[in-house]
Design a protein around this ligand. Structure first.
Ligand code: SF4
Ligand code: SF4
Length: 369
């Protein structure tokens, strides 16, 4: 391919030079040409078709637009559309937002009016790992680690200010805001029972070398630029979702939830947990609403808690007896479901924030860090 076109595409796509070789795996030559030609403009579908046809990128322009969107190389803009995922004060809405109040998928008329803009490498990379694992697999392990670290640092930049506010005692809703205990997880599924779909986890697919279950991201919203609207994911019933969450929990995956999704996280791959660890935000992000208690008198030493705990808070200690280290506990609650003897119990924590009323409603935005 023409070097100037490729370099222009890399510039538009905001691709770090160290990942240009990987970008060639993620983008076809017609896609690179499209990116270079379209730049950062918002184009109507007619303008896109004209550009694709005039430059000979495809003789089926509609299919190419569909494929560009499916592969997260372009993003959709619908005139007048207000994204419900961006709720109060511009932050993602929390678990108290009722998605039954909003239209969960994009209707035909909105799709007809939609315009599109090229995304960037940061948007495309997780999609590539998540939905094209056979193409992602051959990338050498060291390069995967470098891509992951770059992505993680960008993710941290995006959410650092919100997490700092939380650490400072303010409430600000963001994705993966709260750990969910079993009853809360089931209640979230029930609330969203009319629209549930399942996709592979981008964090787990990007890390790639692990033994975790990875088709574990449960979603309840299919609006513009979601995985569902881009043509991914599998609709599941409430019963199937409940069975899956029980299975995930048993395998050591922890539920975090909000109005539009439920993640099933682990401490090895999950970006939010790693960022929280780096920032020292344990118990604050994701917020723990449950304090864990261990009663050795009831413990039958079965070791199930040690298998599910991601942080080694429950472990075999002196004389091969179970020990619980509260300082390592993230309050995720999955050990209490795993314990067959009732030796692990939970107590609800009632948080008081600097910017919320007695009912926990946010009354003013947290100061910007
Ligand atoms: S000990 Fe804490 S971190 Fe470990 S599984 Fe139990 S609640 Fe989660
Ligand atoms: S799961 Fe419960 S009974 Fe089994 S070792 Fe842990 S605390 Fe003890």
């Amino acid at each position: 391919m023409n070097t100037a076109v490729f370099e222009k595409a890399m510039e538009v796509f905001e691709t770090p030079q160290e990942f240009w070789e990987e970008a060639k795996l993620m983008l076809t030559e017609p896609e690179l040409s499209y990116i270079a030609l379209a730049g950062r403009q918002v184009l109507s579908q007619d303008e896109m078709k004209k550009l694709i046809t005039e430059h000979g990128l495809s003789d089926q322009p509609e299919e190419m637009i569909h494929s560009l969107y499916h592969r997260a190389i372009i993003e959709k803009q619908i005139p007048g559309f207000v994204d419900p995922v961006r709720g109060l004060f511009g932050n993602p809405v929390g678990e108290d937002f009722d998605f039954n109040q909003v239209q969960r998928t994009v209707d035909e008329e909105s799709n007809r009016k939609a315009s599109y803009r090229v995304t960037n490498f940061y948007t495309r990379l997780p999609y590539f790992a998540q939905f094209e694992p056979e193409q992602y697999a051959p990338i050498p392990k060291k390069k995967k680690q470098a891509l992951n670290e770059w992505d993680l640092q960008n993710y941290q930049k995006d959410y650092e200010a919100v997490i700092l506010s939380k650490m400072d005692g303010y409430e600000e809703k963001m994705h993966q805001n709260d750990w969910l205990n079993l009853e809360e997880a089931m209640a979230v599924l029930e609330k969203n029972q009319d629209f549930i779909y399942l996709i592979p986890c981008n964090c787990k697919r990007m890390v790639y070398d692990h033994d975790k279950l990875d088709e574990v991201c449960v979603r309840f919203y299919g609006g513009p630029n979601t995985e569902f609207d881009r043509g991914h994911g599998r609709r599941i019933t409430l019963e199937e979702a409940k069975e899956l969450v029980l299975k995930y929990r048993k395998s050591g995956l922890m539920q975090c939830g909000e109005g539009y999704s439920m993640c099933n996280c682990d401490s090895q791959c999950c970006f939010p947990i790693e960022v929280s660890r780096r920032m020292g935000a344990r118990l604050t992000f994701p917020r723990s609403n449950w304090k864990t208690f261990y009663n050795p008198a009831q413990c039958i030493q079965c070791g199930k808690c040690t298998k599910v705990c991601n942080f080694d808070a429950f472990h075999f200690g002196w004389n091969n007896r179970i020990e619980f280290d509260e300082e390592r506990c993230w309050g995720c609650t999955i050990c209490s479901s795993a314990c067959p003897s009732g030796a692990i119990t939970l107590q609800k924590i009632h948080h008081k924030f600097k910017n919320s009323d007695e009912e926990g409603n946010i009354t003013f935005p947290a100061p910007i860090h």
